[in-house]
Design a protein around this ligand. Structure first.
Ligand code: PEP
Ligand code: MG
Length: 910
């Protein structure tokens, strides 16, 4: 439970007045307001705010989140029922109607609404209050029996599924059966008699499955629906969504009970959703979709493909103008792009919801810039309007089309930008399976439409294709949030989920076939196109980053091993290289052979001979890095991984030897392979991550350190002689003691001096270390006597602090997440309480010994927004991350600086 919620809950308990569980809204004013998201949830707070602002909102009441928490604890207060019935009474009086009774029965919707939006993850019940009598009254009053019976059958179906656990499929079976019997294609073609038959069958089904009749008492329906919404907070898809979005399981959902308005009363009724700006591009345009004669779920579920909102201007100009006016007023009120839902009942407009809209990274930046221009927000606010991870959208791949023969199979809606080229699967389970076993490197999930049940499959897919649904369909909204490419509503595609086939343009595609998706244009393309990395030269992005960069205090560097990555890093704004893993240079084809000779050598002499061959190659690599980075700092780490990583696998060698012994026992190859196998076995370690690696290599084989340092210093001197200004930082890996550090630092300095003498020229350089073992953090004050800088290797530090192998965590991470032991993967987001404490301690100790010490981080956490903010807080000099996360890190660092400024001058440099 979050602090705010705890405080509020305990304050309520401690207060003299009883807890207020139910908040009314209607008649122009509300008990709550827009700030009360903790209590009323996002939707409830929005309804209160909209009511207070005088918008045409159907009245109702919100049962607050504390009730859900009580329900989860199995201790729902009896006061909830009492307050709920009092609110219902007030609602009935205001409407002049009675719930499910009389000639003009009141019907309500019962919807979830948590503090953070969780689209489609929890349950909703519509048309609640209908029963055998009320349906007749509604039929008479609306003069539309088809509508009344359809509403009732929808209620029984929804209530049966959500509250009574009757399988949805059984309802669908009945429904499809009657449709077939009546020979109708569309649901709305069913006539009252047929709908009555469906109702009767539905009721029989409920009785059969539950042993009880469908409840006729509207109050019993209300209690059942309310509790089902509470339960839906804990359903698997909601839990998965919260895990992905890091939402606290203990927040709970509020329940909103609201008078129903109907968009399916006939041709002057309708319902729709929209945005005040384009959520994909950010363009300032009134953007949305609607359907006439439909209920809300029809638009968002993607079952019918909706019409663009511009059409509404032609059909119902008054409603259109009123809607446009209200939504632009709300945008000014909230000072952010709005996502809204509306219903028109018999030509009268009702607003059901307006909230800050989800958007792509491209749209987030554009909207932020435009709103500054429009004077709605300040530049500092604009910096907070973009989620750091969203900047990744600017770096999403695009398809390479030049010179390619492209076969466009279909064009759907460009629901979420970017491109994906992958192998198709037809179910979320298959996506998860093929991702998990690695059989398909890139997956595209193809569905008729997606539902919240598909969330786990969508998470592992690179792109989503649907044949139905609009720009606001589930697939579109969710992928946009995930920053994934999506083509929605590609109507020319037939998706046969049973046969696992995609049929389009006379062709049939089966599971595992390759297609290419372009989420920016909506095209579905046959085969496997190449993709091109996006260029970060978008003018909006450039402008936005120009606001961001002056604000941050943290420097941002990149982890880059080769000159190509270094160039990319500079393009994305790197201010240096924070980690060059030199071992990556040895894996190249022309080097691995020398590396292996070096490892297999029996004597120092042989080893030196092999290292001599590697020296010019390493020197050339470093020269390339210094050239790309000009006068920016370059941190080069000496050899780190266990040596067996450079040798063939033991099992492969055993198989190869056995094969040759059988087929060609005299093959000279055997003479090569046998000693290789012997050395591989000699080097075999039970726990290679804790074995001969890191500085232990340079201590056991000083000639390796000597060669690497010589290559670095020679390259730096050469760069300087050519007029360059290289800034070299030599980094010793996996240090655990001052003695280890000293041993290696002595070699580094000796070799550097030798090179300076030989070349008659000097360069400035520093010698520092990674802090990636708990002992290094604990003795950082001693290590800082030798080390001129620290770079926190939080991958290894997490591994060694938790005692969890970074390569094997996936074996139990799902269980840990499910059990709530981990809220997030500690290798992705820094564990501030444990690992972070070690980092903070080492910062303090290091600075005490050497006040000017340079402090950075180069573990994966250097590109994770939350971890970057922590690094700012504890006063690091820089963070270093992979080139593609540089924009994210730059923005997170700026946000951290602004948050600190807002919080006041309490900052300490640890
Ligand atoms: C680390 O351990 O955090 C680190 C950056 O080094 P590597 O991932 O190469 O072990
Ligand atoms: Mg490491």
């Amino acid at each position: 439970m979050t602090q705010g919620v705890l405080e509020q809950a305990s304050a309520e308990k401690a207060g003299s007045t009883a807890t207020k569980y139910v908040y009314f809204f209607g008649g122009g004013k509300a008990d709550g307001d827009g700030k009360m998201k903790d209590v009323l949830g996002g939707k409830g707070a929005g309804l209160a705010e909209m009511t207070n602002a005088g918008l045409p909102v159907p009245p109702g009441f919100t049962i607050q989140t504390e009730s859900c928490r009580e329900y989860m604890r199995g201790a729902l207060s009896p006061a909830v029922d009492g307050q709920m019935y009092a609110a219902l009474d007030k609602l009935e009086k205001l409407q002049g109607q009675k719930l499910g009774a009389g000639d003009n029965p009141l019907l309500v919707s019962v919807r979830s609404g948590a503090k953070f939006s969780m689209p489609g993850m929890m349950d909703t019940i519509l048309n609640l209050g209908l029963n055998d009598q009320a349906v007749e009254a509604l039929a008479k009053r609306s003069n539309n029996p088809r509508f009344a019976y359809d509403s009732y059958r929808r209620l029984i179906q929804m209530y049966g599924d959500v509250v009574l656990d009757v399988p949805k499929k059984s309802f669908e079976h009945i429904f499809d059966g009657v449709k077939k019997k009546m020979k109708v294609k569309f649901d709305y073609e069913l006539q009252p008699a047929a709908l009555k038959e469906i109702i009767a069958e539905y009721k029989k089904l409920v009785k059969k499955e539950t042993g009880k009749d469908f409840p006729q008492d509207p109050k019993e329906q209300l209690v059942g629906a309310r509790d089902a919404v509470f339960r839906s907070w804990m359903n698997e898809r909601a839990k998965t969504y919260r895990r992905i979005n890091r939402i606290d399981d203990w927040l709970g959902t509020a329940v909103n009970v609201q008078a129903m308005v109907f968009g399916n009363l006939g041709e002057t009724s309708g319902t729709g959703v929209g945005f005040t700006r384009n959520p994909a591009t950010g363009e300032k345009m009134f953007f949305g979709e609607y359907l006439m004669n439909a209920q809300g779920e029809d638009v968002v579920s993607g079952v019918r493909t909706p019409l663009p909102i511009s059409e509404l201007e032609r059909v119902m100009p008054d409603c259109y103008q009123q809607l446009k006016g209200i939504t632009s007023r709300m945008e000014k009120h909230y000072r952010d792009m709005q996502d809204f839902e509306f219903t028109i009942q018999d030509g009268k407009l009702y607003m059901l919801q307006t909230r800050n809209g989800k958007r792509t990274g491209l749209a987030a930046v554009r909207v932020a810039i435009d709103m500054v221009k429009e004077g709605l927000i300040s530049q500092e606010e604009a910096i907070h309007r973009v989620e750091p991870n969203q900047l990744y959208d600017f770096l999403v791949p695009r398809l390479v089309e030049k010179g390619e023969k492209i076969e466009v199979l279909a064009t759907g809606l460009p629901a979420s930008p970017g491109a994906a080229v992958g192998q198709i699967v037809f179910t979320a389970e298959d996506a998860v399976k093929h991702h998990g076993n690695g059989s398909y490197p890139v997956i595209i999930l193809v569905r008729g439409e997606t539902t919240p049940e598909d969330i786990a499959g969508m998470e592992v897919a690179a792109g989503i294709l649907t044949s139905r649904g609009g720009m606001t369909s589930h697939a579109a909204v969710v992928t946009r949030g995930m920053g994934k490419c999506c083509v929605a509503g590609a109507g020319d595609c037939t998706v046969d989920e049973a046969k696992k086939e995609l049929r389009v343009k006379g062709k049939t595609f089966k599971q595992g076939d390759w297609i290419s998706l372009d989420g920016t244009t909506g095209r579905v393309i046959n085969g496997k196109l190449k993709t091109l990395d996006a260029q970060p030269d978008d003018p909006d992005l450039v402008k936005f980053m120009a606001w961001v960069d002056p604000v941050r205090r943290l420097k941002i560097r990149a982890n880059a091993d080769i000159p190509r990555d270094a160039k990319l890093a500079r393009q994305f704004g790197a201010e240096g290289i924070g980690l060059c893993r030199t071992e990556h240079m040895f894996f190249a084809e022309d080097r691995i052979e020398h590396m292996r000779t070096m490892i297999l050598s029996d004597s120092e002499k042989e080893r030196r001979a092999a290292l001599k061959k590697l020296l010019p190659m390493q020197r050339a690599d470093f020269a390339g890095l210094f050239k790309s980075m000009e006068s920016l700092p370059v941190t080069i780490r000496l050899l780190d991984p266990p040596l067996h990583e450079f040798l063939p696998k033991r099992e492969d060698l055993l198989v190869e030897i056995a094969r040759l012994e059988e087929s060609k026992p005299r093959s000279p190859k055997l003479k090569e392979l046998r000693p290789l196998l012997a050395r591989v076995e000699e080097l075999h370690e039970q726990n290679p991550m804790l074995g001969l690696r890191g500085c232990r290599l340079g201590i056991a084989f000083p000639e390796i350190t000597e060669m690497q340092v010589r290559a670095i210093i020679e390259a730096a001197v050469a760069a300087k002689v050519k007029g360059g200004d290289p800034h070299v930082e030599i980094m010793i890996p996996l240090i655990g003691s001052i003695e280890e550090m000293r041993n290696q630092a002595v070699i580094v300095r000796r070799v550097a001096d030798e090179v300076f003498k030989e070349k008659g020229s000097k360069v400035d350089y520093m010698v520092g270390t990674m802090i990636e073992l708990p002992r290094a953090a604990l003795t950082a004050d001693q290590i800082a006597e030798e080390a001129e800088f620290f770079s926190f290797g939080t991958n290894d530090l997490t591994q060694t602090t938790f005692g969890i192998s970074r390569d094997d965590i996936n074996h139990f991470l799902p269980a840990y997440m499910k059990a709530g032991i981990f809220k997030q993967d500690p290798f992705a987001t820094l564990d501030q309480a444990g690992v972070g404490q070690l980092v903070q301690m080492a910062v303090g100790k290091g600075r005490k010994t050497r006040p000017s010490i340079k402090l950075g981080i180069c573990g994966e956490h250097g590109g994770d927004p939350e971890s970057v903010k922590f690094c700012h807080k504890i006063g690091l000099t820089y963070v270093s991350c992979s080139p593609f996360r540089l924009l994210t890190a730059r923005l997170a660092a700026a946000q951290a600086a602004l948050e600190e400024k807002m919080a006041g001058p309490a900052h300490t440099n640890a």
